[in-house]
Design a protein around this ligand. Structure first.
Ligand code: SF4
Length: 427
């Protein structure tokens, strides 16, 4: 495989037609992102300003993940707030004051908007500005929307990180470029990538979001931004507005995707390609070995993606190219053509792509195709299982560390497991 994938206008699926649908959707809202964001930013707190429904969603999505004191909560808008009978801004100030008195460890507070706060037009940016004046520099208060109106669940991370970009310090003008890896990665994955970057000879590498809000990475014209997640359109735009330049690359899923991602970074940072390839060769070899047994199970099987996480296209590329699966339909909630150009170029020509959702029509297409495996949201999985189809919950692919060489085998395992389970049940 060449280190940098040349993109041609007609390569793979770059100019393939896309079925665009704007009907009923079955996806989680942006509040879900809090579950992985709060684990990454260890001194941040997420205060959802929403209803009991929002509180239930967060509690049940977090479920088993709550250990001691969680770093998220919901300020519940009650009937009086919703009817405009109480001053919601004043109540919010009181809630925040109580929270910060009780939790002196909080350094960064996000006020997270929801459908109810948007419906009553509660201005959270005004609240954040007012609370910032009161509590900074001890605590910074920012706001973003996690509402489910016209959004999908990974957009919560995009909105959160985009809100944080103005807080990043300005990078001093340097002749030497710095690499900024953007997108939440599990700490273990971040540490593995850090070691690989070092082995390739990249010394100036930072990650965003950082683990501590008091050590935010700098950004400026010398910044080369490398996206680790495909759903960060607004964050990338905000970073580019501050001078950063995006490194075009596929996403680090599987042996091939991880190698191409790392080597694209090396090339952008002026590192010798042969030396960089040599540095990652052992890890890449391990990943390929880990994939081999999964390929035996998955090769030739058909997979159908419902739109859910925005990871669908990189995952489809991984399943088709590294595991030999056949792609029946690859649905994504939103197709960012620029950020996904390298991925689209690698998809088999003729792959059926769809953007957005009209759930009933898509269910019809899925039933007609009778794929071996369906990747979909929780709400669709049970009914499809009851109809005899084998499913994989898309949200698990966001909660599980799947990026990088060392995780390639685990990622493949997430797709072989439901097929094995179905085989056992049949036996
Ligand atoms: Fe439901 Fe909207 Fe609250 Fe999400 S933000 S839990 S979609 S009400």
């Amino acid at each position: 495989m060449s280190p940098v994938i040349p993109i041609q206008a007609d390569a793979g699926c770059n100019s393939a037609p896309v079925l665009r649908e704007r009907g009923q959707r079955e996806v989680f809202c942006g509040l879900t992102g809090i579950i992985w964001l709060h684990r990454k930013m260890q001194d941040a707190f997420f205060l959802v300003v929403g209803s009991r429904t929002c509180a239930h969603l967060i509690q049940s999505a977090a479920g088993v993940m709550i250990f001691a004191e969680p770093r998220f909560a919901t300020a519940i808008l009650d009937e009086r707030d919703l009817a405009g009978l109480a001053d919601a801004q004043e109540e919010l100030d009181r809630v925040v004051q109580r929270l910060l008195e009780r939790r002196p460890d909080i350094r960064l507070l996000f006020l997270v908007g929801s459908c109810p706060s948007e419906v009553i037009k509660l201005d959270l940016s005004r609240a954040a500005g007012r609370l910032n004046q009161r509590f900074s520099p001890r605590v910074r208060v920012l706001n973003y929307s996690g509402s489910g109106i016209e959004t999908t669940f990974t957009q919560g991370e995009d909105a959160c990180l985009a809100a944080l970009v103005p807080e990043l310090p300005a990078a001093p003008a340097r002749a030497v470029a710095e690499l900024l890896v953007v997108g939440t990665l599990a700490d273990v994955v971040e540490d593995q990538f850090r070691r690989l970057f070092e082995a390739m000879g990249l010394r100036r590498v930072t990650f965003f979001p950082s683990r501590s809000s008091t050590a935010l990475p700098a950004v400026g014209p010398s910044t080369r931004l490398l996206l680790a997640q495909p759903f960060l359109g607004d964050t990338a735009k905000a970073l580019e507005a501050r001078g950063a330049r995006r490194v075009p690359a596929p996403f680090p899923l599987g042996a091939e995707g991880s190698a191409a991602w790392l080597l694209a970074a090396a090339l952008a940072m002026g590192v010798d390609a042969t030396a960089a390839e040599k540095a990652i060769a052992p890890a890449r070899q391990r990943a390929m070995q880990a994939l081999a047994p999964h390929r035996a199970t998955l090769a030739g099987k058909q997979v159908f993606f419902f739109p859910d996480s925005q990871l669908e296209i990189p995952l489809a590329r991984f399943l088709a190219r590294e595991l030999g699966m056949r792609l029946t339909e690859v649905g994504t909630p939103y197709l960012h053509r620029q950020h996904l150009a390298e991925e689209l170029a690698l998809l088999p020509a003729g792959t059926a792509l769809s953007e957005g959702q009209d759930v009933e029509r898509q269910l019809d297409r899925c039933r007609a195709a009778q794929p071996d495996l369906v990747v979909c949201g929780l709400g669709l999985a049970n009914p499809l299982e009851a109809e005899g189809l084998t499913t994989k919950w898309a949200i698990e692919l966001v909660f599980t560390p799947i990026q990088g060489f060392e995780q390639a085998g685990d990622l493949a395992g997430l797709f072989t497991r439901p097929l094995r389970r179905r085989q056992l049940l049949a036996a």
